[in-house]
Design a protein around this ligand. Structure first.
Ligand SMILES: [Zn+2]
Length: 494
């Protein structure tokens, strides 16, 4: 079972629409659509006991989710995550009670699995076996690929330039491992293009997806013996998670499962990408630059948060606030959380601890509050941030260099290795490398292949460009030298 609905409602202007899988946003104001679930109709039919004997996870709260044929449910055991009492971290921050909702333990390591199970189940019920996502974070694409595989469906992921620039390696590895089809290029401009190919378009702004994210609120309240905490702190990317947590809280109150809804919703954004927090603080909104993304919390970089207005309204209704943090604050908090509590979060996820610390420092939090920080995703998704920790630890650095250079030397072909050796003896340019190589290898070959090797070695971080020389009448010369990594590679091969 599950609740029955025939209508969607625009969360911004209230316009109602009949259920339509092709309609993803309001035709009047472009606002996100939510399912009009009329939960009051089941009021009195669900009690705390309704859920208590079921296994933990998103589908435990069946009655509060949209009706989907139970045979069509696609699940990897998402949700049901721990609410950890973090005494050491609380002491460190001078708080009475701090809890972490540890979403890193979801099937693909991110809270998005909560929405994905519902959206993919819906696709399964409709009978569309081809899934697509076009505007997505790395975590979203990883989750989509996993659930598609679980259902036996195909999943095509459109990677725009913007998404590629913020894709963490761990997430890319996940997508590949789950068998997602990566298509590089701008996303299709409208859903009709996708739907004409009979694909189901997955998106965090889908009304079914959003319903799954409410379950974070249900779980927190149930885990606190059907009480609300004083404050819930949530990272804001598109703003749908904080909005849906607040919606979930209000639903529990309306159903009489909790006595009050006195919980202040607190949203965190990154400096430079904090349009929602700026609006809350009535500051002039910084223009988000189109260029290179300058934060480690890449999944929180959203130019136009789909649920921005709803997030702001949720925060205002709950008398909460917004806070923005910077990378060094996130980095510090990520480390603190891992070391004091054994929870290894990715940067976007650790932003809630950073936001909490900032509000404490600003004197804007009562230290007697019971606070829940949502930690939305796992640390290994972003290995490049993880390895910044170990920069200062010599032994670890040596171990990593050895592991990597061993991998690199076994992967490098003879030609590339000879090129490295040539460059290690002196800073040089492509044409010189080509001449030397011909001598060493004793074969004639095309110079363009040398440039190809050089560009691959550069991408692998083994060599770098040092200068470009313009000589009149001749092609420009680009000089290369070895990086530290290139040097280690040569040494370990000897
Ligand atoms: Zn609207």
């Amino acid at each position: 079972m599950g609740y029955f609905t025939t209508e969607m409602i625009c969360s911004n202007c209230g316009e109602k629409y009949p259920l339509d899988d092709n309609l993803r946003s309001c035709l009047r104001c472009n606002g996100p659509l939510l399912l009009d679930n009329k939960l009051e109709e089941i009021s009195g039919k669900v009690t705390k006991n309704t859920f208590s004997n079921r296994i933990r996870g998103v589908w435990r709260y069946l009655e509060l989710l949209p009706k989907i044929d139970s045979k069509k449910i696609v699940s990897l055991g998402e949700g049901g995550t721990a609410l950890l009492n973090c005494e050491r971290l609380a002491r460190n921050l001078g708080l009475r009670r701090l809890l972490v909702k540890d979403e890193t333990t979801n099937p693909t390591g991110s809270f998005l699995d909560r929405g994905m199970t519902i959206d993919v189940s819906k696709a399964n019920e409709i009978g569309i076996k081809s899934l697509r996502c076009s505007s997505a974070s790395g975590n979203f694409s990883a989750s989509a690929s996993a659930y598609a595989s679980r259902a036996g469906f195909s999943c095509t992921i459109h990677l725009s330039k913007e998404i590629i620039s913020k894709l963490n390696l761990g997430k890319l590895y996940q997508i590949i491992a789950y068998g997602g089809n990566l298509v590089i290029g701008e996303k299709p401009t409208n859903y009709d293009v996708l739907n004409s190919e009979k694909s189901y378009v997955l998106s965090s702004s889908n009304p079914y997806f959003a319903e799954g994210e409410k379950t974070t609120a249900y779980e927190i309240c149930e885990q606190l013996q059907w009480q609300t905490p004083d404050r819930i702190i949530v990272p804001m990317g598109h703003g749908e998670h904080i909005s849906m947590i607040w919606r979930g809280i209000k639903e529990l109150k309306a159903l009489g499962l909790i006595q009050n809804q006195n919980v202040t919703m607190t949203g965190v954004q990154i400096e430079g990408y904090a349009s929602l927090v700026d609006q809350l603080q009535r500051e002039k909104t910084e223009k988000i630059s189109a260029g290179k993304i300058k934060t480690i919390a890449t999944d929180l970089v959203m130019k136009n948060p789909t649920h921005g207005d709803l997030a702001i309204r949720s925060i205002k209704e709950s008398k909460g606030k917004g806070v923005k943090v910077n990378d060094s604050e996130i980095f510090y908090s990520l480390s603190l959380l891992a070391r004091t509590e054994g929870i290894f979060a990715e940067p976007a996820a650790a932003s809630t601890i950073a936001g909490l610390k900032k509000l404490i420092d600003l004197g804007q939090i009562d230290k007697d509050e019971e606070i829940v920080c949502i930690v939305t995703g796992a640390g290994l998704k972003d290995p490049s941030t993880a390895r910044k920790f170990i920069k200062k630890v010599k032994t670890v650095n040596r171990i990593i260099s050895q592991i990597e250079s061993k991998q690199i030397t076994t992967r490098l072909g003879r030609t590339k290795f000879e090129i490295l050796k040539i460059i290690s003896s002196k800073e040089t340019y492509g044409y010189e490398v080509w001449r030397n190589l011909k001598q060493i290898l004793g074969i004639d070959f095309d110079i363009s292949s040398v440039y190809q090797h050089l560009s691959e070695l550069e991408n692998a971080g083994l060599i770098r460009r040092t200068k470009i020389e313009s000589v009149l009448g001749k092609p420009r010369r680009c000089y290369y030298s070895l990086t530290d990594r290139g040097m280690t590679t040569i040494k370990s091969a000897k």
